[in-house]
Write a protein that binds this ligand. Structure first.
Ligand SMILES: Nc1ncnc2c1ncn2[C@@H]1O[C@H](COP(=O)(O)OP(=O)(O)OP(=O)(O)O)[C@@H](O)[C@H]1O
Length: 417
């Protein structure tokens, strides 16, 4: 027998749980899809398309709805001889300037032999190339700018939607679809950009548990063999998804993790216990990723707060974290940051969901202050801080915690993950 043997006990089609899978229908998004479809209707009428702006938190179906509707639009447009529809899909992650967006668009519109360099041209020249390439293509051009909030200067976001009004384009009719999960981006747009880019705004709200349940049921039918999922599995994945952020991606990932555990453990059904353990494993991955992305001072601040937490000193003010942070910094042979910068690290940890923040009032004389506490499984944080703990040394509070954690019932938990 070979080392690998095909196993199809649990999954019928595991790929249906992957990020790149495009579901045939989107469930629980009727209202948004209806608005979105109406906003795209001018394309089929061979009119100038609307500029559309979609916003909502991560994993709420903005990209999936866009791909779904544009693929229908493309198919349906084929029936009409007077529509020549071209779609350009650009993810702006990694493209931070208007210049980069413009050169990328020019290259999307050109064949291999005529690509331009991504540096070295004056911006106006690249815009000229863009207008002329768009006009050469002609017809209706829909440009999707996904994660548009990565673009830090708004020149292109003003120029593109207004290109025809400004007489830069005479042939092509273009429509921009901007997609963002950053609410402040939309609020911070200058009024002139907002009025052209956000002609039609569509908000995608977070999913609730019943939406997520529908989404997971639809996906599970494609991905798993019938009867493999225990009754509580989908409701549990949906409940966790709704509690976390109403994010469909997270719920689908959790269902896949539970399925993978069933496969690894060679069980014929996926159980709620596998969902629970899968959740911990995913959370661990997220925390490790979050912590490993921090600077060394971020690690030192977290280590200081962790030890205060182990001594039951939390919630604690930043000025009371400082002495320990300073000591740890010296032990790591660094200079401590000024108090404000140290506080910025605490805020960053709060943004990552590792630390909780409580605003407090100073009493009658006014003034508010913040208190911080660890808001995560300690064993996960300890393992993610491994390097800095080795460098600074094991604090007393941590060594007693580790001793206690070695008791059988906790060892079991640690060993599982
Ligand atoms: N209504 C839905 N029905 C079926 N699947 C959905 C639905 N909404 C989202 N999904 C699935 O959830 C995952 C995340 O959705 P999507 O990528 O569209 O989110 P998004 O809002 O664009 O998030 P981000 O802002 O992070 O890009 C995808 O796998 C998508 O297929």
């Amino acid at each position: 027998m070979g080392l690998f043997e095909r196993d199809t006990e649990v999954y019928k089609d595991r790929d249906a749980l992957r990020e790149d899978y495009q579901p045939e229908k989107l469930v629980g998004r009727d209202e948004e899809i209806q608005m979105y479809q109406a906003a795209l209707q001018p394309v089929i009428n061979s009119e100038q398309p609307n500029n559309i702006f979609l916003y909502g938190k991560t994993g709420v179906g903005k990209t999936a709805a866009t791909k779904y509707l544009l693929s229908h639009l493309e198919d349906d447009a084929e029936q009409y001889d007077d529509i020549d529809l071209n779609l350009i899909f650009l993810n702006c992650d990694g493209l931070t300037s208007s210049y980069q967006i413009a050169t990328r668009l020019v290259n999307e519109l050109r064949d291999e032999a005529n690509q331009i360099s991504t540096t070295g041209y004056p911006r106006a020249t690249v815009y000229e190339m863009l207008w002329s390439d768009l006009d050469n293509l002609g017809g209706t051009v829909i440009i999707v700018l996904d994660e548009v909030d990565h673009v830090k200067d708004d020149s292109i976001l003003y120029q593109l939607p207004r290109a025809r009004a400004n007489e830069n384009l005479t042939e092509a009719k273009i429509g921009i679809i901007g997609i963002s999960n950053d609410f402040s981006f939309r609020d911070d747009l200058s009024p002139k950009v907002k009025s052209s880019l956000c002609e039609q705004e569509i908000h995608f709200p977070a999913y609730d548990a019943s939406n997520l349940k529908q989404i997971l049921e639809q996906r599970a039918t494609v991905a798993f063999h019938e009867g493999v999922l225990s009754d509580g599995v989908i409701p549990l994945c949906a409940a966790y998804g709704a509690k976390d952020a109403g994010d469909a991606r997270q719920s689908i990932d959790l269902l896949m993790k539970a399925g993978d555990l069933a496969r690894e453990e060679d069980t014929s059904t996926v159980t709620e216990d596998q969902v629970e353990r899968g959740r911990r494993a995913l959370e661990r991955g997220r925390i490790e990723e979050g912590i490993s992305g921090l600077t060394q001072h971020g690690h030192l601040v977290l280590y200081a707060l962790l030890t205060l937490d182990l001594e039951n000193e939390t919630p604690v003010r930043s000025r009371d974290v400082r002495p320990r942070y300073t000591r740890f910094t010296r032990l790591a042979q660094r200079d401590p940051l000024v108090p404000r910068r140290m506080r910025d690290h605490l805020s960053e940890l709060a943004m990552l969901g590792i630390v909780s923040v409580t605003e407090r009032n100073e009493g009658r004389r006014g003034g508010t202050y913040r208190e911080y506490a660890i808001d995560m499984d300690l064993s996960l944080i300890i393992s993610a801080l491994d390097d800095i703990i080795t460098e600074v040394g094991v604090h007393d509070s941590l060594s007693s915690y580790l001793d206690t954690a070695n008791e059988p019932q906790i060892t079991g938990t640690l060993a599982d993950y």
